[in-house]
Design a protein around this ligand. Structure first.
Ligand code: DGT
Ligand code: CA
Ligand code: CA
Ligand code: ZN
Length: 595
């Protein structure tokens, strides 16, 4: 096997290999969980082989068929067949069956030090543990120590192991919390007892993970509302209930906190319960300086209430303009408010375009026509279709020929459409060395080119930084997609020098993406803020793989951008299409569509 480990060797193996390797690894874990002898080791070894390949499995298979796969070291006929299946369909049927049979998150669970597949099976069968969160909860509740083969010591070790993983087991990604909140809202509004219902806390601040869901309600029927809340579907335990408040556990693994507040206190309660704590403590300090008292019921001078019905009134009482919730992290927003230099944050409704969308030409679920029609109906003025390219055969990535075919289809559709401009684009793969997987002369024919990291996530910081900068130096790469390549709860951000990368974005005129997929949220808030400070331009895009996901920019992207202090002028897809295209570095002659 050619195992050129020196960095200069040209490497073609992309994520396809990595994805197949992880499927094989999961097969190994699951076979081990079933206590099947020998096979797990075979799959594990094959996974190793795949990881170390210098060529893509797709290419090996294309050139040499099943025989060439079989000829790989440690890959026998059975495993070769499964690799072939994965290449053709993106999945291994047997693996899917095993996942259905025992629906445990075996990959993340087995990452916990001291926890192997056989123990995972016991934990699943005895306690119904499926996820890392389940495990953390059971261990902390002392539910594990009684199981056969486990003791208090093992339990303590598991807790340490979970903590070491750095996964905050108690927190929910924003996207999941949002979906839950939406269901709660529907349940609470159904009877009509609610006059006002608002989410407060970290959810309102749009933080990327949520500890618990805080809800404020105004109602004339508090008792009924509390009753409705504790008995809604999805409540697994009621921790506390009173006349005006209740705290429940949801089976999704997070708590929800309801408080009924008087109408005239809603603003004060919102300020108090939106937080964050440091922000509200600072507001209270300002009140004290003015001889005022502030709490969740209002702002008081002596016994008289001088403000509290609206948030504006509360901020005004301490001499400040209203501060948007996304800024309330005690990161300089109070000084900025006092000095009249709060940013004029980008808003819902500002976005005219969407610059990253996949269709069923590659791994999207919907056809080009369906996606474009959905985007038009939701009011987008322009969208770029950016299907995957060659190095992602698992996603049926386009080679040059197919990419140009798709671009033709896009242009034909664009000519037929009214009210929306459809741009021909691509989502390229940034290779290990910073080159991209589509030839320049083809890229020059597209309207918008994005490139992202989909492989080699673990390069050392300097190499990663060089790689990203080189990709941005490509005159045809307009946008760096999901710059840190993180996948929340699954893959951490790649290690890169943000200062150097943002400076290069500025210098080369490369736009950075705020990817609004709830599993990505990439760039993240602090990075957006720094990029904005450095004068880098951004776009907020959906990274949609289906029509329903086209809403992600409004649901998640805008909030994220606002947490990064981004204004409308920082976000290029608030511009009309012609102006937008002019701001792309690639918008040179020859880039526009030949009629
Ligand atoms: P989370 O739930 O961990 O994602 O974060 P938050 O910010 O939602 O925090 P949470 O749910 O504990 O409390 C909601 C808000 O209530 C918090 O942002 C500020 C306010 N709050 C809670 N406890 C205190 C407190 O002890 N003092 C003050 N000033 N405010 C508090
Ligand atoms: Ca909370
Ligand atoms: Ca709370
Ligand atoms: Zn991508």
């Amino acid at each position: 096997m050619p195992k050129a480990k020196n960095g200069n060797a040209r490497r073609e193996n992309g994520p396809a290999n990595a994805e197949i390797a992880s499927m094989l690894r999961e097969m190994a874990l699951r076979l081990e969980m079933q206590e099947i002898p020998f096979k797990p080791q075979a799959f594990e070894k094959a996974a190793h082989t795949v990881d170390a390949l210098d060529e893509s499995l797709e290419k090996i298979h294309r050139e040499g068929g099943l025989k060439a796969l079989d000829a790989l070291p440690a890959v026998g006929a059975g495993i070769a067949k499964r690799i072939e299946e994965a290449l053709a369909t993106g999945r291994i049927g047997e693996l899917e069956d095993m996942r259905r049979e025992t629906p445990v998150d075996i990959v993340r669970l087995s990452a916990v030090e001291g926890l192997g597949p056989k123990s995972i099976r016991v934990l699943h069968d005895q306690l119904g543990i499926r996820t890392l969160d389940d495990l953390a909860r059971a261990a902390r509740a002392g539910a594990i120590r009684g199981l056969p083969g486990f003791g208090a010591k093992t339990e303590a070790k598991l807790i340490r192991g979970i903590e070491f993983l750095g996964v905050d087991a108690g927190r929910l990604p924003l996207g999941e919390a949002f979906a839950l909140a939406h269901r709660i809202e529907i349940n609470l509004r159904v009877e009509g007892a609610v006059r006002e219902l608002v989410f407060a806390g970290s959810l309102r601040r749009r933080k990327e993970t949520i500890g618990d869901i805080d809800i404020l309600a105004v109602t004339d029927h508090p008792v009924e509302l509390v009753e409705q809340f504790v008995s809604m579907p999805g409540v697994s335990a009621v921790y506390a209930r009173g006349v005006t408040k209740a705290l429940v556990r949801l089976s999704a693994g997070v708590d929800a906190d309801l408080r009924v507040v008087p109408r005239e206190s809603l603003g004060a309660a919102l300020v108090y319960f939106t937080g964050n704590k440091d922000h509200t403590v600072a507001i209270r300090r300002l009140a004290l300086e003015r001889g005022l008292k502030i709490n969740e019921y209002g702002v008081f001078r002596g016994k008289s209430r001088i403000a509290g019905e609206t948030e504006e009134s509360v901020y005004a009482a301490v001499g400040l303009p209203w501060i948007p919730p996304e800024l309330r992290e005690y990161r300089g927003e109070i000084e900025a408010a006092r000095e009249g230099r709060l940013p004029r944050l980008v808003e819902q409704g500002d976005l005219l375009g969407d610059l990253q969308i996949q269709t069923d030409w590659t791994d999207g679920a919907d056809s080009l026509e369906a996606i474009v029609e959905a985007a038009r109906r939701m009011g987008r003025k322009y969208i770029a279709i950016t299907d995957h390219t060659r190095d992602l055969p698992m996603a049926r990535g386009n080679d040059e020929e197919r990419l140009l075919l798709e671009a033709e289809a896009i242009r034909a559709l664009d000519r037929r459409m009214r009210g929306i401009r459809v741009l021909a684009g691509a989502e390229l793969n940034i290779r290990r060395d910073g080159s991209v997987d589509i030839a320049d002369e083809v890229l020059a024919k597209l309207d918008v080119v994005g490139a992202g990291i989909h492989s080699h996530f673990n390069l050392p910081r300097e190499e990663m930084t060089r790689r990203m900068i080189r990709a941005m130096e490509n005159p045809n790469v307009d946008i760096l997609f999901h710059p840190s390549a993180r996948h929340l709860g699954r893959r951490k951000a790649v290690d890169f020098d943000t200062e150097a990368v943002f400076a290069a974005a500025r210098r080369t005129g490369t736009v950075l993406e705020i990817d609004a997929q709830p599993g990505r949220l990439d760039l993240k808030d602090e990075h957006i803020r720094r990029a904005v400070e450095m004068g880098v331009k951004l776009v907020i895009s959906s990274d949609a793989h289906s029509a329903a996901e086209l809403r992600y920019p409004e649901i998640f992207g805008i909030g994220l951008a606002r947490r990064g202090w981004a204004e409308k002028k920082d976000i290029l897809n608030t511009l009309p299409v012609e102006k937008f295209l002019k701001r792309l570095k690639g918008s040179k002659t020859g880039r526009r569509a030949p009629a």
